[in-house]
Design a protein around this ligand. Sequence first.
Ligand code: NAD
Length: 387
Amino acid sequence: MESTIIEPAQIDADENFPLFSALEFYDHEQVVVCSEPELGLKAIIAVHDTTLGPSLGGTRMWQYENEQEAIRDVLRLSRGMTYKAAVSGLNLGGGKAVIIGDSQSDKNEAMLRAYGRFVDSLGGRYITAEDVGIDEKDMEFINMETKYVTGLPKESGGGGNPSPVTAHGVYMGVKASAKKAYGSDSLEGKKVAIQGAGAVSSHLAKFLAKEGAKIYVCDIYDEKAQKVSKNTGAEVVDSEEIYGLDVDIFAPCALGGVVNDETISEFKFDIIAGSANNVLDDEETGSQILVDKNILYAPDYVINAGGLINVATELEGYNAKRALDKATQIYDTMLDIYHHAEDNGTTTLAAANHLAEERIRKIGDIHRVYTSESRLSGHTGEMYKAK
Ligand code: NAD
């Protein structure tokens, strides 16, 4: 069969080719399109910003409706990683990759290893990890072709499951939020509603119970909620009722988009602080409505940064205590954000974004000072590493 070849002139003729506008809009440095048709590989790696260090973010495998949707997702997610690393005080930039395809049926060793070689070709500008549709076994194939991989299981020298560190960071964020809202970070006697009884929340519930909080938990799988209840004394509630509970703190630890037009009117909480990503259905209006309702919102990408902190620690040679210590700093970061928001009359989300951007700008400026080696660290393809 004859293949259709698009002449370069045809591509050039379309001045509105949207990719560069998208890159400019999100302020990306580089996007790499990886193609191996024989192996079924269609991947896009987005390096958003490497001012602070090599870009890091997981590889997601997803059956996107079309290529534009995949591009939009990888650009949005990689930009989010820049902000998360920056506000968390990590010397990492933001990156992300997507492989277009069905993770149940389209994966194979050769395809994943070919993808690993594309990651390797970036010489350390992008470090990858697991994400939706990519599991530990897949990471092992990718790791056969590149050392720029993190988030490996403990048996392979990695930090293993990040959930306990994420939960510790969320706990610190909840305490900082209580400090801001009530003047004391003690959670004794505080009523906390946890949505989801999964990997993060089961650890979080233990921290909260130890401090004497009264916990309410829900899950779409009753047995998971019952297990948390058994371990912590939490009261199991119906998933549908969680938004209207008369409690002090709401900890969303399941899904994104749970603060939306429908749920928000039910809220009686003082604080929203949990591990879930993309908690606000609409970031701008959602965060402002919460301010208007006098509900303190812990920006999701700050409070749930323990997972990223865990994989960043792995790059330096994993040490569980160091990861937990670093996640403890989420307490101070959160208070900085709350004070900044109050002083400047902004939402907490806007304050977090501002602090992230400020750190990138200021650390970017120090690179003007010449030193023989340090200015090169993390910028020459060397693995990000404690010397
Ligand atoms: P998980 O899958 O182990 O737990 C999520 C739980 O939520 C599951 O038990 C699920 O049944 C439940 N759930 C789903 N929909 C629900 C609903 N409508 N009502 C009540 N419960 C519902 O996931 P996890 O690893 O604990 O992560 C939880 C959230 O935190 C996710 O949004 C994840 O993206 C985010 N997060 C996790 C980490 C980490 O280290 N695991 C790091 C950063 C962010």
